[in-house]
Design a protein around this ligand. Structure first.
Ligand SMILES: NC(=O)c1ccc[n+]([C@@H]2O[C@H](COP(=O)([O-])OP(=O)(O)OC[C@H]3O[C@@H](n4cnc5c(N)ncnc54)[C@H](O)[C@@H]3O)[C@@H](O)[C@H]2O)c1
Ligand SMILES: Cc1cc2c(cc1C)N(C[C@H](O)[C@H](O)[C@H](O)COP(=O)(O)O)c1[nH]c(=O)[nH]c(=O)c1N2
Length: 176
């Protein structure tokens, strides 16, 4: 049995970069993901951004990856500090995701929530579903993004609750 497909795209036939990017984004919109706020602090300053491009790499040593656009305002701070905290959002955090995903100045991004520090000094969101405090150990550049390989040095799992999921260019609440 074959699955019905509403449209098929052969990327090798597409020569226009903008068209290819748009088609890729349209396809990626179907790949839902948890929403996270990635924070950092240190000599490069305190800042953070919203990210869905986060996943587990290996449990030995505990490692996750984060994909960061090099054009983001946070890029210099993250790469200077070499630490970050991945804060996985609950369903009530949609306004926070909007703050950290937009053009809001760094100081204002932190103003509406409560933050603590775990091991590295990167801000941990007090009511995140889970926070992964990390040291950035390796970086690989691919296209517009850096893939940051982050060794987890501590975690905090604080609340039960629904997850904030991003799918089809919209936020959704997901129960466990
Ligand atoms: N990985 C990312 O950098 C990433 C992921 C999600 C959203 N965003 C940003 O958030 C904004 C809104 O996104 P949207 O989902 O509403 O619509 P969209 O059409 O811009 O993106 C659709 C999907 O494509 C992927 N994507 C978007 N921009 C990307 C990029 N520069 N590099 C790699 N993958 C990318 C994501 O999976 C996203 O959910 C955009 O400015 C987008 O760039 C970036
Ligand atoms: C739901 C959602 C998910 C993501 C993003 C946005 C949103 C709304 N953004 C974009 C990122 O948050 C944004 O570029 C930063 O906040 C930087 O913006 P400024 O350059 O500071 O204005 C984003 N950027 C990135 O480099 N990697 C990612 O995985 C994601 N994921």
């Amino acid at each position: 049995m074959t699955l019905a497909a509403s449209s098929r795209t052969d990327f090798s036939e597409i020569t226009d970069n903008d068209t290819r990017r748009a088609l890729f984004r349209g396809a990626m919109a179907k790949l839902g993901a948890a929403v996270n706020i990635i924070t950092t602090d240190g000599p490069g300053g305190r800042t953070g951004f919203a990210a869905t491009a986060v996943c587990s790499v290996t449990d030995d040593p505990p490692t996750l990856l984060v994909c960061l656009n090099r054009s983001a305002s946070v890029y210099d701070a993250v790469t200077t500090n070499k630490v970050l905290c991945v804060n996985t959002l609950n369903a009530g955090h949609q306004p926070l995701s909007h703050l950290f995903g937009g053009k809001t100045p760094a100081a204002e991004r932190f103003a509406t929530a409560d933050w603590s520090v775990l091991t590295t000094g990167a801000p941990a969101l007090d009511d995140a579903l889970v926070s992964f405090d990390c040291v950035i150990e390796n970086t690989v550049s691919q296209g517009t993004h850096d893939v940051l390989f982050c060794r987890v040095v501590s975690t905090a799992t604080r609340t039960e609750g629904q997850a904030l999921f991003y799918f089809d260019r919209a936020y959704h609440a997901v129960s466990g």
